[in-house]
Design a protein around this ligand. Sequence first.
Ligand SMILES: C[S@@+](CC[C@H](N)C(=O)[O-])C[C@H]1O[C@@H](n2cnc3c(N)ncnc32)[C@H](O)[C@@H]1O
Length: 302
Amino acid sequence: MYHHLPVMLKEVLEYLQPKSGGNFIDGTLGGASYTLALAAAVGPTGRILATDLDELALENARQKLTDLNLNNVVLARTNFKNIKEIVAAKFPATTKFQGIVLDLGLSSAQLEDETRGFSFQGERPLDMAFGDELKLTETIVNKYSLLDLTRIFREYGEERFAYQIAKKIVEVRRRETIKSTKDLVDIILSALPARFRASRLNPATRVFQALRMETNQELESLRAVLPLALDLLSPAGRLVIVSFHSGEDRIVKNFFRDHNRQELEILTKKPLGPSPEETNANPRARSAKLRAARRIQTRSPN
Ligand SMILES: C[S@@+](CC[C@H](N)C(=O)[O-])C[C@H]1O[C@@H](n2cnc3c(N)ncnc32)[C@H](O)[C@@H]1O
């Protein structure tokens, strides 16, 4: 059973304001909570396009849509950066959307999937791909240069011991291929000064996050999709992004700022976080940041 507790669903809907007959895009289907809520709100005359790279997310959504007898959702297994092609293929020409939402990162189901290596618990293959780009994480760990590993651990993981960990990886892989998440966790632990091994919440968290972001080229996909999403919005259409990483939030913030008053009106001066109640119920929501903007009505040529 696919399991993911949605983050900031109530706030997302408040900003998207879905109405009967509307068209919306959910670029990150995951456990389908946003998609199902939108599908219910727009009713049979509306359409939701939902994309995800993960076949398990699509399978789960197909099942739920059948159970709920909802026929207004178009599912596509793709990277959201291909959104224009998918819209062109599946919707009438010139279709515009009243809202587009992205809820970035990974789902709880992916974290718990024992066939993949998103979690540092247990012994799993070094595979952190959302889709099926198999072996990519293993290649990064075993082939990237010392410099590149250090850079991604620092930039994506904000890991203080980026260089020490990268150096240890390079040392170990000279003797043998690093194959499992457990091998990697052991290497990370051995690279840290003793007092940090015990004192940190989980010493592998940051490196795992960095490898996942590099495997899926997450910041690149986000940078690519924002201008496309802007193009696909109808006048007064809304763009809502929930991010979990400072690098992601910066990209969204800068994009909104660069288009402010020309094409977008920013609806969140500061990013919105989850309520204390939500954080208590779902600690994963803790680092969520929601930013929303509305497309400015473009004047007609006459
Ligand atoms: C946090 S979950 C979304 C949860 C969802 N909002 C819900 O209500 O259950 C993020 C999902 O986005 C997918 N994803 C991440 N980056 C993607 C990309 N560039 N293109 C398509 N899907 C992506 C992941 O595979 C994952 O299933």
